[in-house]
Design a protein around this ligand. Sequence first.
Ligand code: V47
Ligand code: SF4
Length: 392
Amino acid sequence: MSVSNAEVQQIAENTDEKDLQVIAEKIINGQRISFDEGVLLFEKAPLPYLGALANWVREQRHGNKTYFNRNFHIEPTNVCVFSCTFCSYSRLYAHREEGWELSMDEMLNIVKSYDGKPITEVHIVGGVHPKMNLYFFEELIKKIKAHRPGLHIKGFTAVELDYMFRKAKLSVEDGLKLLHEAGLDSLPGGGAEIFHPEIREQICADKVGADGWLFIHETAHQLGMHTNATMLYGHVEKYWHRIDHMERLRQLQDKTGGFNTFIPLKFRNKDNDMSYVPESTVVEDMRLYAISRLYMDNFSHLKAYWPMLGRQNAQLTLSFGVNDLDGTIDDSTKIYSMAGSEEQRPTLSTAQLVSLIKQVRREPVERDTLYNEIKNYTDVNLTEIEMNPAYN
Ligand code: V47
Ligand code: SF4
């Protein structure tokens, strides 16, 4: 699996295209590639070239280590005041009887159902419900922390937060402080989609724009919270929109260093207003992951969200720059199954996730949300994991 410096050098020299040679040299010498070079990679670079370079960078940083965590999701509601055209999941407030809304107790019961299990994170994300306000979620966070203080709460996209703060007439800083003090530990990366207004107008015209999204994340970083960043790709955007998106994130990361991981999300086209748009091919997906690894040089981690890609494609990404496969999750995640993802019941046991990683000769390492290592499973055999309650 490992690619040596000499082999990468050879790939760079074997390329007929002079500009691709220059880019490869830059990457090997640890220099940053430019906006135009990023676009050129999308336009011209062959898959083996991208794979070799991205894999080399990944192995320089992380060797064979492939991270995962143990988490579960709470989706408080799919009722949403917004109407993103790619979304298969939400129901407008006017049709809320078709959607779901969990009560405080129902959400706490989900948390309690994991009592005694070695889960380290809860990921809370959902639609933007006009009646579930900032103070409702403040109370939820406090109750979760009171029940299980050690559980890391990663919750609420910048879209949900922007709406809650505006409705409560609080500044971003005051709103974030309130939730942080209640026990919110970090922010997930959702709602970023594609930052450029030309695309946002077509796919999510009515929700917070790029500047608002970036400002919320910057403010969270200033308050000492870590956050993630996503990019919804493979629909109506052009290559340069993708690089524009990555460039804005790269600049903010230079400024704050507060992003944990970059998560490209493949657009799935089932049952939404963009069903006429064909989905990207696996080759395009792998090229995208590799270019993300090469362009986002100040993001330590690149995550493939396996429920979206499917297990086998997620395994493939581990040769195209990815070093994280998200978590074991559970079967309550509806955002992707409703959009037509490979995984109708996205749940993997620890043994299954470890086995996926081992099958492609990588080292499975359980981490917490902030990438502190919890356990390296390289030398643990699968039967031991299946039989030992401490792992499950
Ligand atoms: O912002 C919605 C995406 C995101 C579709 O931070 C779709 O660890 C594809 O951000 N096809 C929310 N994607 C989920 C999210 C996330 C997921 C996993 C991990 C983390 C993290 C964050 O889901 C939305 C949107 O970009 N999404 N509909 C669709 N049809
Ligand atoms: Fe609402 Fe999020 Fe769906 Fe947009 S993507 S409609 S904000 S749930």
